[in-house]
Design a protein. Structure first.
Lengths: 117, 111
């Protein structure tokens, strides 16, 4: 049973560039959430996608955008990269409560380590 | 604002019992979850409390007091592999919607 798959695992970008991170959810899950985790900190919620729409958003600027595809996979895009965007980006999948899920937690991927130089 | 407070670091020896506390102040509350994260790894779901009281899952137990905005994770019979960071997380709505995570507690288990 494949868990959550994220690609790439590591990435180095230059300030001002744009980056796209990808996530394939766990089989059977329909909801994808993205989190940013700075070193030594807890994950911070960026946004969540369900039924190909952004359902909730955290306190992140519009430079952060995303997409969910019909097969439930998702992309996170960050434009005009800043040094402060350097972090581990985690994708988490779950099954929406309306389709049988509950408060059973996310399944996280191992993340993409983004370094902005 | 939203805040979850945890101790930054806890140290214990193999075989011991350790308790990691979490106090929260959030605009809304639906439940408290706990996640484990080894260095370089993905956070792994450990437990969920939606109601007051104790939930037990093997060597791990989690407790919630909604009136005190407080919970804890109890780890028994500590093993070296339990060395990791532990995060409490508040869910503000039913289902697995947006979580607010604490800053994490780094647990070191000594031989």
């Amino acid at each position: 049973d494949a868990g959550v798959t994220q690609s790439p695992t590591h990435l180095i970008k230059t300030r001002g560039q744009q980056v796209t991170l990808r996530c394939s959810p766990k089989s059977g899950h329909d909801t994808v959430s993205w989190y940013q985790q700075a070193l030594g900190q807890g994950p911070q919620f960026i946004f969540q996608y369900y039924e190909e729409e952004e359902r909730q958003r955290g306190n992140f600027p519009d430079r952060f955008s995303g997409h969910q595809f019909p097969n439930y996979s998702s992309e996170l895009n960050v434009n005009a990269l800043l040094l402060g965007d350097s972090a581990l980006y985690l994708c988490a999948s779950s099954l929406d409560a309306r389709t049988g899920g509950g408060n059973y937690g996310y399944t996280f991927g191992s993340g993409t380590r983004l370094t902005v130089v | 604002g939203q805040s979850l407070e945890q101790p930054s670091e806890v140290t214990a020896v193999e075989g011991a019992i350790v308790q990691i506390n979490c106090t929260y102040q959030t605009s809304g509350f639906y439940g408290l979850s706990w996640y484990q994260q080894h260095d370089g790894g993905a956070p792994t779901f450990l437990s969920y409390n939606g109601l007051d009281g104790l939930e037990e899952t093997g060597r791990f137990s989690s407790f919630l007091s909604r009136s005190d905005s407080y919970g804890y994770l109890l780890l028994q019979e500590l093993q070296m592999k339990d060395s990791a960071s532990y995060f409490c997380a508040v869910s503000l709505q039913s289902g697995t919607y947006k979580y607010i995570f604490g800053t994490g507690t780094r647990l070191k288990v000594l031989a």
